[in-house]
Design a protein around this ligand. Structure first.
Ligand code: T3D
Length: 266
């Protein structure tokens, strides 16, 4: 609860290396208000600073993941000047840049509809798992906008230009199962199994060699803009760095001793 007794717009709990971040405005389908952005930013500050987080789980309260920008905050009835670019520069772009550079993996558990910036934020995660009944909606063109939050970059990389273009131009929803078949997300889980699958996934990642997972993210994302030759150099440099980590020593020792590794993330 906040000081005035209202529920905070984003909830945080940290347990056994898992930071659970829950967008929490269910009556507005977790739409992104200024207050929510500010709270999310301070939560990211907190979980990056504390040093015991090995994976971040982002999900939503209620029946939606996130419906994008809170349109109730947009006064289109008056003649007041509107500068959406300023809002993007202040909130969305810093958020996107931050989420793809977290020092631990990011899992998005898409529990329901993800629309507008909500969809594109979800698609930034290292692993996206969605309830089978969830959907993704590039709803921007329905209100006279184009995709933001990296959507015009992420979507064509994930599903190719023809599908990205049609999704963005029509604003038609795509169901989780179809999204998984198209390679837009990792997995659509049956609604009944969703919570258990998410828990198993984040527990597994929290016990994984964190530095290696972050290096994997950097290499895979970086490959979109590097040549094979440059990628080979990148792999060599990163492998050199990881080869000096305690987790590498632990992984090989555990393999030789035929026991489960105990990675610490270092
Ligand atoms: O502005 C800038 O800074 C630029 C940045 C833009 C980034 C963006 O994200 S732009 C895109 C903004 N988002 C949208 O356009 C999506 C709007 N919402 C929808 O299209 C639909 O609500 C959904 C497809 C997400 C879900 O549809 P449905 O039928 O399941 O639910 P609903 O009945 O439409 O919504 C339920 C309630 O949530 C409803 O309120 P009510 O009538 O019960 O009082 C609805 O108004 C509210 N709601 C849903 N989305 C938003 C919202 N309220 C404010 N902002 C929303 N984005």
């Amino acid at each position: 609860m906040t000081r005035d007794g209202a529920e905070p717009p984003v909830l945080l709990s940290v347990e056994r290396g898992v930071a659970r971040v829950t967008l929490n405005r269910p009556e507005r389908l977790n739409a992104l208000s200024v207050e929510l952005h500010q709270r999310l930013r301070s939560i990211l500050d907190d979980i990056e600073a504390r040093g015991d987080v090995r994976v971040m789980l982002l999900t939503g309260s209620g029946r939606a993941f996130c419906a994008g920008q809170d349109l109730a905050e947009r006064d289109v009835e008056s003649d007041a000047p509107l500068d959406l670019g300023a809002n993007i520069e202040t909130f969305y772009n810093p958020l996107v840049r931050r989420l793809v550079a977290l020092p631990f993996p990011l899992v998005c558990a898409v529990n329901g509809v993800a629309a507008g910036a909500g969809a594109n934020i979800a698609l930034l995660a290292d692993i996206v798992i969605a309830r089978e009944s969830a959907s993704f909606v590039q709803s921007f063109a329905r209100i006279g906008l184009m995709p933001d939050s990296g959507g015009t970059w992420t979507l064509p990389h994930l599903v190719g230009q023809p599908r990205a273009m049609a999704l963005a131009m029509t604003g038609d929803p795509i169901g989780a199962r179809q999204a998984a078949e198209w390679g837009m997300i990792w997995k659509a889980a049956a609604d009944a199994d969703f919570d258990a699958e998410v828990e198993a996934l984040v527990a597994r990642l929290a016990a994984a060699p964190t530095a290696a997972l972050v290096a994997i993210r950097g290499a895979v994302r970086g490959a979109w803009s590097r040549s094979l030759d440059a990628q080979l150099d990148h792999e060599r440099d990163e492998q050199r760095r990881l080869g000096r980590s305690r987790d590498y020593r632990e992984g090989v020792s555990a393999f030789k001793a035929k026991r489960a590794p105990r990675f610490t993330g270092a």
